[in-house]
Design a binder for this molecule. Structure first.
Ligand code: DLL
Length: 439
């Protein structure tokens, strides 16, 4: 599909604000947010420890005076300790399960839900989605923010929403075809699974009217984007967000697919050095820190996302003035340290998909060898074609994948081809690492 700049839509007006006006808006909103946060014990104590009061925040630049907030702060105040609105004003709770113990809980007032709908609608407008589109929401509904988040934004735009949630993949494909769905939202790994299933069912996704994908909730590579776009004949757009800030819609790509615009009238981005907490200049890679500028129920001041990216200040060809972040390929906490080398699962994905004919279904298994050194095995599903090939060509294929990965991570890996459809599929976020190393 060629890139055409979507028609202007009033919901996106803040995306085009002149920078000076944006900073004034951010300053006014931050001042209000800090006043509100100061009513919450944890924020008040933290600010007092740093010797900062709301009166010290006079401009958006003063944001760096404020303390950081971490995921543990949400756990420690579970469930309602960070709420800045009385319960009777809170109309929705979501939660994110995390890896251990109690979930983190997030809250929204009616106005907060309104902002959330607005930013997701702005994301969709940026892709070129209009009220004429039929949007299949295959993100999970429930406490996860994906389903209801995309649902709210698509409804705000006036789209026809198909709230199917995740799972039951054959039914997803049947409805996609029968309902003439033009846009689908789910994790990129689930959409890859949908593509596979459609093939098995004899459905060519390219023959369906679907044109747009709103994919996020997990890192994905340009190679996966190319695979999806080629296989399904759609444009695959990135959407970013996290429960602590609102859910999907903190940022999203526009029609140029060149970084995600942050809806910075509501969410203020900074980049810090994850080791020292020092704020880094725009254009430098580091950890993304986000502050909410309008969230009433649960203000977040300088939340450390652990997501690694760069803020891009170059004006975008689409004309939006809001800044962009580069796609998030990794989190500071999904880094594997293998024989002392830092490796991210997304690098392995890129290595695999650079080899023609390799399937995007893989699993990384880490073991400790008899010599005490870490071993990396990457299980890659063979495509049905690959299995028909001669032993020599299968060996060559494995070697190509191993070399492609080694070139990126600088370590040798063992490739095992496994039967098609034997690596577990995920309807939501995919976990690709099995770490069996002796600790
Ligand atoms: O994943 C919200 C969401 C739903 C975003 C649907 C996009 C689409 P959490 O479950 O709290 O919320 O997980 C947030 O997921 O800190 C990132 O590490 C990762 N993440 C989200 N979107 C992207 C993306 C939702 N587009 C965490 N690219 C974040 C890379 C992403 N990682």
């Amino acid at each position: 599909m060629s890139t055409t700049i979507p028609a202007y839509h009033p919901v996106s007006a803040p995306d085009y604000l002149p920078r000076k006006q944006m900073r004034e808006l951010q300053t006014a909103r931050l001042k209000r947010m800090v006043e509100r946060a100061y009513t919450v014990e944890l924020y008040r104590n933290r600010m007092n420890e740093k010797g900062v009061t709301p009166a010290d925040i006079q401009s958006i630049d003063d944001i760096s005076k404020l303390p950081f907030t971490m995921k543990n702060d949400l756990r420690d105040t579970y469930p309602y300790g960070l709420f800045a609105s009385p319960m009777n004003e809170i109309v929705r709770l979501h939660a994110s399960s995390g890896t251990t113990g109690k979930p983190i809980v997030v809250a929204y007032t009616k106005e907060d839900l309104d902002v959330w709908d607005e930013v997701v609608a702005r994301a969709l407008v940026g892709y070129g989605v209009t009220e004429k589109d039929i949007v299949q929401v295959a993100y999970g509904y429930g406490l996860f923010t994906g389903g209801l988040g995309l649902h709210g934004g698509a409804s705000r735009l006036g789209c026809t929403v198909v709230p199917i949630s995740g799972g039951n993949t054959e039914r997803q494909i049947m409805l996609m075809r029968d309902f003439n769905v033009t846009c689908c939202g789910c994790t990129p790994s689930y959409f890859v699974h949908i593509i596979d299933k459609a093939l098995q069912m004899g459905v060519n996704m390219r023959d369906l009217p679907i044109k747009f994908g709103a994919f996020g909730a997990e890192p994905w590579s340009e190679e996966v984007r190319a695979y999806i776009e080629e296989q399904a004949g759609i444009k695959a757009f990135n959407i970013y967000g996290l429960s602590e800030i609102c859910g999907p819609g903190v940022g999203a790509e526009c029609c140029f697919q060149d970084g995600m615009h942050i809806f910075e009238d509501h969410f203020y981005p900074e980049i810090i050095d994850p080791a020292t907490g020092e704020v880094l200049p725009d254009g430098t890679e580091g950890e993304l820190v986000l502050s909410t500028l309008s969230k009433d129920a649960m203000p977040m001041l300088r939340y450390r996302t652990r997501d690694i990216t760069t803020i891009d200040v170059e004006p975008c060809k689409c004309g939006r003035t809001i800044r962009r972040i580069r796609p998030i390929r990794r989190r500071s906490d999904d880094m594997l340290i293998i024989r002392g080398v830092n490796v991210f699962p997304s690098q392995i994905e890129t290595g695999i998909l650079r080899v023609d004919g390799a399937s995007p279904h893989f699993q990384i298994v880490l073991e400790t060898g008899a010599d005490g050194l870490d071993r990396i095995e990457v299980k890659v599903e063979a495509t049905p074609d690959a299995l028909d090939d001669t032993v020599a060509s299968v060996e060559q294929f494995k070697k190509s994948i191993a070399q492609s990965i080694s070139q990126i991570i600088g370590l040798s890996v063992k490739i095992t081809l496994v039967q098609p459809y034997t690596i577990a599929r995920s309807e939501g976020k995919m976990n690709r690492v099995v770490d069996n190393r002796k600790k």
